[in-house]
Design a protein. Structure first.
Length: 261
């Protein structure tokens, strides 16, 4: 009798342990090699010279991933693809958890500030964009940091450095959490916390430009998610970044276990 009573309970526990599927996932297997990934992705390079294609040079799972090339010899390169959330994923505009696998072949040399991903939305008064970023800059261009920025005329640029760095020439699991209600920005690498900002910067002097009184303010909704490699300085080398196994959800997704190469 004891075993019979316990069986339904164990079944409930087992079901609770199964995570809900993400709202969106992409392993880049369904796209033709040598072309941009298809909808809902949209190219956002703004003719900067960056090149984005699906290829098989590196893949975390399957045979393909998304390759971003940001060539040398330009002060700024914008190697982004975006998902503009209102149409395909409106449920994630109030906040999202996300995950991607990243392979960086070589960091920028000399080291310059660059961004791996960002969430962005228009301010409530329609004066500026609020931008939540996972950036990198120091330690040879591999040191990870939370970055908050606004577009003119509002001048705010806040950074919170992490001790963690992005490894080179191996796959890393990058996770993020962006939340409107709590003005929250949170990042992880391989399951380990990178930074966590909630409501206000936690490091004195973290902001340059104080139009928002050093507050890291989320927009009323996130309109877009950008991923790739946006560089803010000239380098002597090209940068090649591969991204695979993107997932987006209202709950934390976690890192995948399978590694193919």
């Amino acid at each position: 009798m004891r075993g019979l009573a316990l069986a339904p309970f164990l079944a409930v526990v087992a079901l609770a342990a199964v995570a809900a599927p993400p709202d969106f996932s992409d392993d880049f297997e369904q796209y033709p090699a040598g072309q941009l990934p298809g909808a809902p992705w949209k190219e956002e390079t703004y003719e900067s010279g960056a090149v984005i294609t699906v290829d098989s040079a590196h893949a975390f799972t399957g045979k393909q991933s998304m390759h971003i090339l940001t060539p040398a010899n330009a002060v700024k390169r914008r190697g982004y693809v975006a998902i503009h959330l209102e149409g395909p994923l409106p449920q994630l505009q109030s906040g999202m958890y996300g995950r991607l696998m990243a392979w960086l072949d070589e960091p920028p040399a000399p080291a310059v500030h660059w961004t791996l991903l960002q969430g962005e939305g228009r301010s409530a008064d329609d004066r500026y964009n609020s931008i939540y970023r996972l950036g990198l800059m120091d330690k040879g261009g591999t040191q990870l940091m939370a970055n908050f920025e606004t577009t003119p005329p509002v001048k705010t640029n806040c950074m919170q450095q992490s001790k963690r760095t992005l490894p080179v020439r191996r796959w890393s699991c990058i996770e993020w959490h962006m939340e409107v209600a709590t003005n929250e920005m949170q990042f992880w690498i391989d399951g380990h916390p990178i930074t966590h900002v909630k409501e206000r910067a936690t490091v004195a002097g973290a902001c340059a430009g104080h139009d928002l009184e050093d507050r890291w303010l989320a927009p009323p909704r996130f309109d877009s998610l950008y991923v790739g490699f946006e560089r803010y300085g000239d380098t002597a080398n090209d940068q090649n970044l591969w991204i695979d196994d993107v997932a987006l959800s209202r709950q934390r997704v976690g890192c995948p276990a399978k590694r193919s190469k």
